[in-house]
Design a protein around this ligand. Structure first.
Ligand code: XMP
Length: 513
């Protein structure tokens, strides 16, 4: 199978590296991020149309600063260096880089001195976004300066003959007004990309690849009803037809009528049979008397593996497992980032492949969530399924704080149904990354009719986000909040007080446990 035309992104640890990949792929050119330690052999294998060197937090002169193979400049492939990438390129090719006392962060005005290839078609003055301490003082031989800013005389450089380019600012961030144009100039004007990496293209290539990976085997898939596993199942089904076996496990922690709905939608709208396993008793039994969030997560995760394993064994000759793993989960992290602490043990089918000796089929290892949605649309999957808010593996189990019992699950399901229903009615569901209710282990006094009540407090949570890594609370209008609060308190027995969570992530997290 032919690999698509590729832009290779070499990562030096910038917080914006993923954004560079997105900006390229939004223009229908495939891009992949690699650590700066990538070998020249690997680069030759990939045979990219162009290379982008990312920014990074370090200075090229620092002792442990990330380096890359200098030979990339002898491959005859166009290179664009961004910030640290530009400084490294300058240093490798004989220019001069200096630390500056005059650090420049945020907005700056770029003035084009000459049009050149990279700035072709840009306004002569345009806003760009800076974030740097070092500067290129003197560009390497053969380069000319085509753009400057107040604090950065050598702001954009190019060597048209060799096709090497450098920008001191970040064209990938949305604050750089004409950043998209710069990226387009690099992709199409300089690297000569065709821009044919479309969803339809991706699907036909993936179908071939899945067929090749699966051979004659039977393949299983754990379906939660979320976007990633849904689109993955439909794609694999397109390739393997009845050799794909979908299993949905009801862990008793799903939202109202959710399990039945998932199975019905798959059968009726997607023509996929799903075996529906109700393991509610087992899950809730094991969670009895458990209060600690991490313990709850581990019990739910391990029980899931156990139940799934039992079901999968019923399918003869199953050797492969489909997973909806996304790109942000698999990016090789570079050494400069260091290890991150475990905040929450995320539940997915993680432990399964090793335990059951299954090979993985992960058709979205190279995609971002919005790209998966685009693939889903191309596969004619219902918008309703594609736009669903993310729902965590441990489900309502992490939205009832402390011990879980059936009564509280019922309260939470009823409240959640009202909240989400009102959000949909108000036409704001798609503006919100995720919205849900959390039942707090706190009771407060209220008055209903003439009687005193002593019931639970329920928190509403609504956040905006692009990837779940950071998030801000959604600004519902007061009328909306008032309506939801009234409806919940009046209709849901067991709740007499509703509060709204106004915490961002960080320092809070999206889910409460
Ligand atoms: P947090 O609470 O860590 O959540 O800010 C970030 C995003 O991840 C979802 N989430 C999970 N997803 N398994 C999942 O598949 C899990 O165990 C899990 N825990 C949290 C959460 O809903 C949010 O979208």
């Amino acid at each position: 199978m032919k690999t698509p035309e590729t832009i290779l992104i070499i990562d030096f640890g910038s917080q914006y590296t993923q954004l560079i990949a997105r900006r390229v792929r939004e223009r229908e050119v495939y891009s992949e991020i690699f650590s700066h330690k990538i070998s020249l052999k690997k680069i030759r294998e990939i045979s990219p149309k162009g290379i982008i060197l990312s920014g990074g937090p370090m200075s090229v002169y620092e002792e442990d600063s990330p380096q890359t193979d200098r030979e990339i400049f002898n491959l005859g492939i166009p290179v664009l260096g961004i910030c640290y990438g530009m400084q490294l390129m300058s240093e490798y090719l004989g220019g001069e880089v200096k630390a500056t006392s005059d650090r420049e962060y945020g907005r700056a005005l770029l003035t084009s001195k000459e049009e050149g290839k990279l700035l072709r078609g840009l306004s002569s003055e345009t806003i760009v976004w800076m974030s740097h301490g070092d500067l290129v003082e003197k560009p390497p031989k053969g380069f000319r300066v085509v753009g400057t800013s107040d604090h950065t005389p050598v702001c954009v450089i190019e060597n048209e003959k060799k096709m090497f380019f450098g920008v001191q600012f970040h064209p990938e961030v949305s604050h750089t007004a004409e950043g998209g144009k710069i990226i387009e100039n690099f992709l199409f004007g300089i690297c000569g990309c065709a821009g044919d990496w479309t969803a339809a293209n991706f699907i036909s290539k993936s179908v071939d690849k899945i067929k090749e990976e699966a051979g004659e085997s039977q393949v299983i898939c754990a379906l939660s009803g979320g976007v990633d596993s849904t689109v993955a199942a439909v794609l694999v089904h397109k390739a393997l037809k009845e050799r794909l076996h979908c299993i949905h496990i009801n862990n008793g922690l799903m939202r109202k009528d959710e399990s039945g709905e998932v199975v019905r939608l798959f059968r009726e709208k997607l023509g996929l049979e799903v075996s529906n396993v109700d393991a509610t008793e087992l899950f809730l039994g094991r969670l009895k008397g458990v209060f600690e969030p991490e313990k709850k997560r581990k019990i739910i995760g391990n029980t899931f593996i156990e139940v799934f394993e039992g079901e999968a064994k019923k399918i003869k000759n199953a050797t492969h497992l489909v997973q909806g793993t996304l790109y942000p989960d698999v990016i090789e992290s570079v050494s400069v980032k260091g290890e991150s602490a475990t905040i929450k043990t995320h539940h997915n089918v993680g432990g399964l492949p090793e335990k059951m000796n299954l090979k993985l089929i992960e058709p979205f290892r190279e995609l971002f969530k919005d790209e998966v949605r685009r693939v889903g649309r191309e596969l004619s999957i219902d918008e309703e399924l594609i736009k669903r808010h993310p729902f965590p593996g441990p489900g309502l189990g992490v939205r009832i704080l402390g011990e879980i019992n059936r009564e509280e699950l019922e309260v939470l399901r009823n409240a959640d149904e009202i909240f989400i229903g009102e959000i949909k009615k108000a036409g704001i569901y798609d503006e919100i990354w995720q919205a849900f209710c959390v039942l707090l282990p706190v009771r407060s006094v209220g008055v209903m009719g003439d009687a005193r009540t002593y019931e639970n407090v329920l928190a509403l949570r609504g956040v905006t986000s692009t990837d779940g890594m950071t998030a801000d609370w959604y600004k519902f209008d007061y009328e909306f909040l008032a309506r939801v609060s009234n409806l919940i308190i009046n209709k849901v027995k067991g709740v007499n007080r509703v509060v709204y969570d106004i915490s961002s992530k960080p320092p809070s997290t999206i889910e409460w446990e």
